[in-house]
Design a protein around this ligand. Sequence first.
Ligand code: GTP
Length: 397
Amino acid sequence: MILLRQLFLPVLLFFLVVAQWQQWLSLDLPLSTLIALSISASALALGVFFKASRIATAAILLLALLVGMEYSQWSPSGDELRFWLALGALNVALVSLTRDRSLFSLFGLALLLLFVAQATGGHYLLQGCCGDVLSAQWSPAAGLPLVDALLGDMRLSDLLLWSSLLAAVLAVFWHRDQVSIGLLGAIALLVIAYIGGEGALLLVTTAIGLLLILLVLRTAYDLAFLDELTGIPSRRAYSRYLLTLGSKYTIAVVDIDHFKKLNDTHGHQVGDQALRMVAAKIARYCGGRAFRYGGEEFVVVMRGANRERAEKALERMRKKIADYPMGIRAANRPKKAGAKGRKNRGQGGGRKIHTTVSVGLAMSGAKTRTPEEVLEAADKALYRAKRGGRNQVCAAS
Ligand SMILES: Nc1nc2c(ncn2[C@@H]2O[C@H](COP(=O)(O)OP(=O)(O)OP(=O)(O)O)[C@@H](O)[C@H]2O)c(=O)[nH]1
């Protein structure tokens, strides 16, 4: 597999050179087709590069559709085009339901083989024996009026298309991530091509290619700038955000109290759970931008240097965290579902704990001109909050 991964790009380039030389591929195409092809190929390359295999696989399907249209002698009827679009949409939905795995894994190769088998099988079936199947409609089934009403006017391709939309919606609920939302968007665009026919195809494939590129870039951005554990922006994002600040701003440092004790008493998993809970509350109630600075420390940046407003927001945030009863997960929590598993899940035997935070804040001003100086002043204020008994907000004097 490693050899395959390393040889992928040279082999692809070699194939392109040979294909051009042998005139299997011609670049003598309309500009709009070349643009659509280049955008889809770029989405594929970015997907492979950033290991976003679901996006890369969707790009492969898109390229297959474009290449099929442009390079084969195939000029599809309306019914045929709708069939291929619906089959493409179904495969995108299938990809959306899977997890990101390397394209060069056995699973990735099996998926590619499945696409090739579908393309060849479908092509020969439609050209050969079974072209009629495309225009065939549902024949009423005895005693099933609801099914008849639902499937009444549907052709095979309609059924494939609606199933793919349904599967993609399921994938969104299952994964709850932006890739599955993006792939649902790609299927919605395929629906437009399905309705618009050949005239809409190039525009739609170009739009899907652009959507896939944006999706890879967004995923890469999140990898670089979001904290993996808590999901809020990381220290790197904080450094970037500082570059956008004007001269008046407030920085607060938020630190979880007695976090080492919490880890020692309940274990690191519960510690992580507390970090996630606190991060979510800070992001929601802090009144500015929240970042995980490192360990159990967060920073909040607010535009403007209004001490009263900042203190009010941070005090509310502190109280929300202190009042939140966090149900702790039992270390011996059963993995399998079942009556016992359900009873203990998320409860740690029914126990709730309360976590508190201490906050120090400082504003930019005559003595604190740079963000580093403001952060240092906020850190000193935090130290006073800890010394003063924790679970409080202190402002730099
Ligand atoms: N579970 C978990 N623990 C972490 C993580 N990062 C840092 N820690 C722990 O955070 C603890 C920080 O402890 P201290 O700096 O002594 O602070 P504290 O116990 O909160 O004490 P005070 O700040 O004085 O209230 C250490 O035990 C670290 O192991 C993490 O990502 N997950």
